[in-house]
Structure formats: C-alpha cells, structure tokens
Design a protein around this ligand. Structure first.
Ligand code: NAD
Ligand code: AHE
Ligand code: ZN
Length: 369
C-alpha cells in the first residue's frame, strides 16, 4: 500500500515527505495505522550520522501510538481495532533475557532491528522499488508501519493518542529510570542533569515516589519554570556558579545525592553525575545516549568508595507488561503528560519539530497524522 512518510535519505539532511510503499504484515507481524508520534532527541542523534547503527535511507521515529488494522498469520495477542504503542524494546517473554527477570532488554529481534530490518531480514518499506530501512523496529514517522507482534503494547481505548504516544519513549524512559532502575526511595535527594523531554519525566517520577531534594541542572534557564512545576526544588545553571559544579552539588545536597540521572548524552556530564553522588551509597543512572566513539571515565576510587554507575534503557520497562500500566497512571492523573507536549504539527512540518528541539524551544513536539 502507499503510505505517507518522512524519509531520512542521508545523515545531516532534513527529512523529506514522500509517498512510500509498505508491504502488509508477514507471520507474527501487525500493520498499525499511526495516529501520533513524538520526536525524541535520539531521532536527531541518528539523523546526525553519529549513531553507529544509523542507516540511510530510513523511516525514523520510535515514539508512536495507533490502531492495529491488519494482523499476519500466527498473531494471537492483538487484533484489528486494538489501540497500541509500538515498542523499540520488545517483550517476547521467551528469550533468555526476558526469562531472567533481571532486565527489560529482550533480545529476540535485536540483531535484525539494529540492521534496520524486520525479523525475517527484509524491509516492509520501499521507495520506487528500492528498500528503505526500518528504525528501532518502529519507524513511526509514517502514517502506517509494520511491527512484530512482540513489539506492540495493547493499551486502553479511551487514552488519547496525541498524548500517550510519548509513553512510547520519553515518559517511560524518565519515570521508569526512577521506579524500575534506581528504585528511588521516599526522602531521597536526587540530581537530574538535563531538563528536556527525558529529564522532566525523571523529575516527575522522583516527585511521585516522594523524593526530598530534586535538583535540576541545565544550561538553558528557560527550562526552569516547567521543571519547577514538575517537582524540581532547586535549579542549578552550571554557567552561573562560581567554581566547579561537582563540589557545589555535593555541598548543596549535604554530602552528595542519593541518586543522580544523566539525561543529556554528554560523557563529561556523566562523570560529574557520578561524582556528585553520596560517598558510600550514591547511585548514578546514565540515560543519555552518547555518540559512537565517546567513552566515560572517572577515578576508580569513586567506585571503590561506594558510588554505583548504572545505565537504563526504556526506563527498565517491560513494554507489553508495563506500558499499559503507565497509560493508566496518566489516565488516573498520577503523571502529567499534557504540559510536556509543547508543540504539535502535521508530518509536513516535522523538520520544524527537530529545529525546536535543537534550539531548546520545545520539550516534546508531537506529529499528528
Ligand atoms: P532534549 O534535547 O529534550 O533535552 C536535553 C537537555 O539537556 C536540554 O534541556 C539541554 O538544555 C540540556 N543540556 C545540554 N547540554 C547540557 C550541559 N552541558 N549541561 C546541562 N544541560 C545540558 O533531549 P531528550 O529527548 O530529553 O533526550 C535526552 C537524552 O536521552 C538524549 O541523549 C537521548 O538520546 C537520550 N534518551 C535515552 C533513552 C534511553 O532509553 N536510555 C531514551 C530516550 C532518550
Ligand atoms: N544505536 C544506538 C543505540 C542508542 C541507545 O542506547 N538507544 C537506547 C534507546 S534511546 C531511545 O530514545 C536503547 O534502548 N538502547 C538499548 C539497545 O539495545 O539499543 C547507538 O548509539 O549505538
Ligand atoms: Zn527516544
């Protein structure tokens, strides 16, 4: 079928809106009509050409919501008409990783996903007879996409697509890093580095679990009012303090934070986030994605003396199990998504959404189909 897509033809080039061809679902796959998709910084990272797994030409996008319109053979968990959120971290419930119960990183289809292909090693998208690559197994910058059954979370039908699409990445990543990865306890002191689409969700997760100090660090002072609305208790602009940031933050938190979260993708800030942790027990969670070739460093003494460095992908969430619950949290008013969606636009204006993010003028832009 013909579908409308924003195609990434080459690194560093704007997306172009085109009519592309999409093959129907094969065994174990579903065809989804997307209703909305958010634009995440990771899409911009891959488009920049710095992602070692970035492939072109491709249909990017990984933060969508829509309706199943057709299922291939052997699909049993969803049916046409079901409302779903695509999962770039699938949940097969059968691989070694899923069965371990120690990680959300299902590996059932990870190798083909990283090659921009469906699990059978082929693409469903093409343009004038030439294949287009899928992206993160989701390719939500198109009004229809094909997904493996294990990569969709069925959600309640009264949830608005234009809001819950954000649960497909940013909301789950931020809130999940707090509740699943760090398991922040009530009364904790936390520092959040980067107050964008991910960091503000970390902040609201910290408030939800009853954190005490929630310190936000960002070089863009325009992020402050919304961060305060979401629960930030102290704002630090590294460009406005005297001296080094780490001792400043350790002093502010009276010995260091119980938990810190890096939500930028900058390896120097990752180090500062670790070293701002409390001696003996502080834990730092890396969420930001740093470009290929970058490495993190610290004095091993930081770890010897009890600080813990860990990472979090998709907020440690098991998508088919946890995403419907996060949709319920939103519908029950436990988390705020509406105020984080600062801009909406049609697919034709998607490059403007990227510009707003790069200029620090948006939190989340959502494309409405
Ligand atoms: P964003 O652009 O909305 O936010 C980034 C924020 O960092 C901005 O507010 C910016 O002002 C701030 N910032 C930039 N440089 C800074 C510095 N030197 N010091 C302090 N603040 C600085 O991006 P986002 O969508 O929130 O994504 C953040 C990061 O998280 C990206 O690297 C993205 O790829 C990554 N990410 C990871 C996961 C995961 O599962 N681990 C999921 C989604 C996004
Ligand atoms: N191809 C990239 C991977 C970047 C990365 O770490 N992605 C996160 C999700 S970011 C969502 O906005 C993730 O889930 N990682 C686990 C995985 O298996 O990719 C690179 O830098 O190589
Ligand atoms: Zn994302």
């Amino acid at each position: 079928m013909d579908v409308k897509a924003a195609v990434a033809h080459a690194a560093g080039q704007p997306l172009t809106i085109e009519t592309v061809q999409l093959e129907g679902p094969k065994a174990g796959e579903v065809l989804v009509e997307l209703k909305a998709t958010g634009i995440c910084h990771t899409d911009a990272y891959t488009l920049s050409g710095k992602d070692p797994e970035g492939l072109f030409p491709a249909v990017l996008g990984h933060e969508g919501a829509g309706i199943v319109v057709e299922v291939g053979p052997d699909v049993s968990s969803v049916k046409p008409g079901d409302h779903v959120i695509p999962l770039y971290t699938p949940e097969c419930r059968n691989c070694e990783y899923c069965l371990s119960q120690k990680t959300n990183l299902c590996q059932a289809i990870r190798s083909t996903q990283g090659k921009g292909l469906m699990p059978d090693g082929t693409s469903r998208f093409s343009l004038d007879g030439e294949p287009l690559y899928h992206y993160m197994g989701t390719s939500t910058f198109a009004n229809y996409t094909v997904l493996p059954e294990i990569a969709v979370a069925k959600i309640r039908e009264d949830a608005p697509f234009d809001k819950v699409c954000y649960i497909g990445c940013g909301v789950t990543t931020g809130v999940g890093a707090v509740v699943n990865t760090a398991k922040v306890e009530p009364g904790s002191n936390v520092i959040v580095f980067g107050l964008g689409g991910i960091g503000l969700n970390v902040i609201q997760g910290c408030r939800m679990v009853g954190a005490n100090m929630i310190v936000g660090v960002d070089i863009n002072p325009a992020k402050r009012p919304l961060a305060e609305k979401f629960g930030m208790t102290h704002f630090v602009n590294p460009q406005e303090i005297d001296g080094d940031l780490v001792p400043y933050l350790v002093e502010l938190t009276k010995g260091g934070a119980d938990y810190t979260f890096e939500c930028i993708g900058n390896v120097n800030i990752m180090r500062q986030a670790l070293e701002s942790c409390h001696k003996g027990w502080g834990e730092s969670v890396v969420i930001g994605v740093a470009e290929g070739g970058k490495e993190i460093a610290t004095r091993p003494f930081q770890l010897v003396t009890g600080r813990v460095w860990r990472g979090s992908a998709f907020g440690g969430a098991r998508g088919r199990t946890d995403v419907p619950k996060i949709v319920d949290w939103y519908m029950d008013g436990k988390i705020n998504i509406d105020d984080l969606i600062t801009h909406t636009m049609p697919l034709e204006k998607i490059n403007h959404g990227f510009d707003l993010m790069q200029e620090g003028k948006s939190i989340r832009s959502v494309v409405l189909y």
